[in-house]
Design a protein around this ligand. Structure first.
Ligand SMILES: [Zn+2]
Length: 371
């Protein structure tokens, strides 16, 4: 009999001003906290966080995040955490600050709280952290054994970040349902423990992620560009953070992320955010799986409306050669790549041809669609 598994954060709280309640959620976890905070927020948020924790009898020790989630940075934070005898590690910032906090907590056996300041990554709710080299090159994934005890998303903070972060998060979240479907159809395992089949809960969350994006994505983009925190923006913050985070961990990723990872071998893509490259990967995935043209056009129109990349030239790859694309296809075919959970037989040539075709179909759509 197939075994199914599900995992997620113990608590998820979102809304304007919820950061002031941090102490309420941390108090039951531990009496001593290590806070790893993005340097950008050092002056503005540190006093507020300290006050919230002190009011609940939690002592705090602050570390200014160095900017990269490296082994050395984790070691520094672990030493600080041990010195503070921290029972909980709180990460405040973008994906890399949160990853460092999760891995630090894992190393010292502490509980985890995540406070994302942008809605552009799947890190806040997941049990997975990523280690990079000092130069920012992906090194490896660390499984932290537990999801955060609390994920606190202050939407008043999120709306103040440049809108490109929210849009990039939408690109990443757009992959969630399509990649979940790849895994469901190929009966691949998710990322809970050693890997299980997805639960109904997991797959329905991935589906809901897609529905919210299609319904509210455009309205949220317009509002967020003007700095307005509407219901649609709140819905998209939840889709990008909770629905996408739970969806990918409980169902698995596939070719949108697999092609993203392989494309990073081409230097021009380094100037784009993760979710922007994943959006192009989504178009490639739909071509690779030969999905219904109506579904492909829906995804293309959505990305085009939000300014997410859909062509090679959108990613600065106007001059990409056939040999470059074959190299990307070969990298995508490495056994360690996540592409293999698609329900189709793969070759490096097929991957390269689908990338080229996806880009060409997007060009065609841009020139022919009704505005
Ligand atoms: Zn992603």
């Amino acid at each position: 009999m197939t075994q199914r598994g599900y995992g997620g954060p113990l608590r998820y709280v979102q809304g304007p001003g919820v950061l002031a309640d941090l102490g309420i959620y941390v108090e039951p976890l531990a009496k001593s906290a290590l806070i790893i905070i993005d340097g950008f927020f050092w002056n503005t948020l540190t006093p507020q966080i300290e006050k919230s924790l002190t009011e609940r009898g939690v002592t705090s020790r602050f570390v200014r995040f160095g900017g990269e989630s490296t082994d050395a940075e984790v070691a520094r934070c672990v030493a600080e955490g041990r010195a503070a005898e921290a029972g909980v590690v709180i990460g405040v910032g973008g994906g890399k600050a949160l990853d460092t906090a999760k891995i630090t907590a894992f190393n010292i056996g502490a509980r985890i709280a995540t406070v994302p300041t942008i809605a552009s990554t799947d890190s806040p709710t997941s049990s997975i952290g990523v280690i990079y080299s000092a130069e920012g090159v992906y090194d490896r994934v660390v499984r932290c054994g537990r999801n955060p005890d609390i994920t606190l998303v202050d939407s008043a903070l999120i709306i103040r970040a440049p809108v490109r972060f929210l849009v990039s998060g939408i690109g990443d979240a757009l992959s969630t349902w399509y990649e979940a479907r790849s895994n469901l159809e190929s009966r691949s395992n998710n990322y809970i423990g050693d890997g299980y089949a997805a639960t109904i809960a997991g797959s329905q969350i991935a589906r809901a992620c897609h529905e919210v994006l299609m319904r509210d994505g455009r309205a949220a983009y317009v509002a967020a560009k003007g700095g307005k925190l509407t219901q649609a923006v709140e819905n998209i913050i939840e889709a990008n953070t909770l629905l996408s985070g739970l969806g990918f961990e409980n169902c698995g990723v596939s070719a949108a992320h697999g092609i993203h990872d392989a494309l990073t071998a081409l230097e021009p893509t380094h100037h784009f955010f993760h979710g922007e490259k994943v959006a192009f990967g989504v178009i490639c995935l739909l071509v690779l799986e030969n999905r219904d043209p109506a579904e492909l056009n829906e995804a293309l129109d959505f990305c085009i409306d939000l300014g997410l990349p859909t062509t090679l030239s959108d990613l600065g790859l106007n001059d990409v050669s056939p040999a470059d694309l074959i190299k990307v296809g070969e990298l995508a075919m490495l056994p360690s790549n996540v592409i293999h959970s698609v329900p189709v037989a793969l070759t490096a040539e097929l991957v390269a041809d689908c990338i080229w075709t996806a880009s060409s179909l997007a060009d065609l759509r841009k020139s022919t669609r009704q505005l």
